[in-house]
Design a protein around this ligand. Structure first.
Ligand SMILES: Cc1cc2nc3c(=O)[nH]c(=O)nc-3n(C[C@H](O)[C@H](O)[C@H](O)COP(=O)(O)OP(=O)(O)OC[C@H]3O[C@@H](n4cnc5c(N)ncnc54)[C@H](O)[C@@H]3O)c2cc1C
Length: 149
């Protein structure tokens, strides 16, 4: 279940970890993969386990699995299904090296791990823009002064 989504989430988180690497040294690669495992392992494990359970419930052929199918499909309250879907839907990792997508819709989003490198780059860029603006304003003022003389 949701295997393609998990493949995409894997790719996004791995790309984020690679983006944070300071160099392509062995230690930095090891560090990035360690961070990737830290961020993804628990979620991926839970996804595999719940996929196994769902497979048994939906397609299982022994008496217990058949009973569970009936119980889940016929008797389980819709609110339980909704709360499970909300929990799964709130995990939406994003690429941290591009602007974040705005939060829309009704399902809450878990906080994203911010990228230090991206934030620093953004700050640098804003600073450069400010300085450029300052230089432009200075030039305009100088021009106005020379025209006044
Ligand atoms: C029959 C079937 C039905 C499925 N149905 C669904 C579904 O309905 N919903 C769902 O969510 N998921 C479904 N999945 C699962 C989903 O397709 C996979 O979970 C997902 O595609 C995994 O993505 P990935 O990028 O990790 O791997 P892949 O999509 O397998 O991509 C790996 C790529 O790497 C390439 N590659 C491998 N080794 C090398 C190498 N040494 N050098 C260069 N390239 C290499 C491969 O050729 C391939 O293009 C289905 C899978 C199958 C097999």
């Amino acid at each position: 279940m949701l295997r393609a989504i998990n493949a995409m989430q894997d790719a996004v988180v791995l790309a984020n970890c690679i983006y944070e690497m300071k160099s392509s040294s062995h230690d930095d690669i090891k560090g990035a993969l360690k961070d990737y495992k830290k961020q993804r392992y628990a979620h991926a494990k839970q996804q595999v386990e719940s996929s196994n359970t769902a497979g048994k419930i939906l397609y299982g052929q022994n008496w217990f699995e058949k009973f569970m199918r009936k119980a889940v499909l016929a008797w389980l309250p819709k609110s339980f299904e909704k709360s499970n879907l909300t929990k799964a839907g709130s995990y939406r990792p994003q690429a941290s090296f591009i602007p974040q997508a705005p939060v829309r819709g009704t399902v809450p989003v878990l906080p994203q791990k911010p990228s230090k490198r991206y934030q620093e780059g953004l700050k640098r860029h804003q600073q450069e823009m400010k300085e450029e603006e300052g230089v432009k304003e200075e030039k305009v003022e100088q021009q106005a002064e020379t025209q006044a003389f």
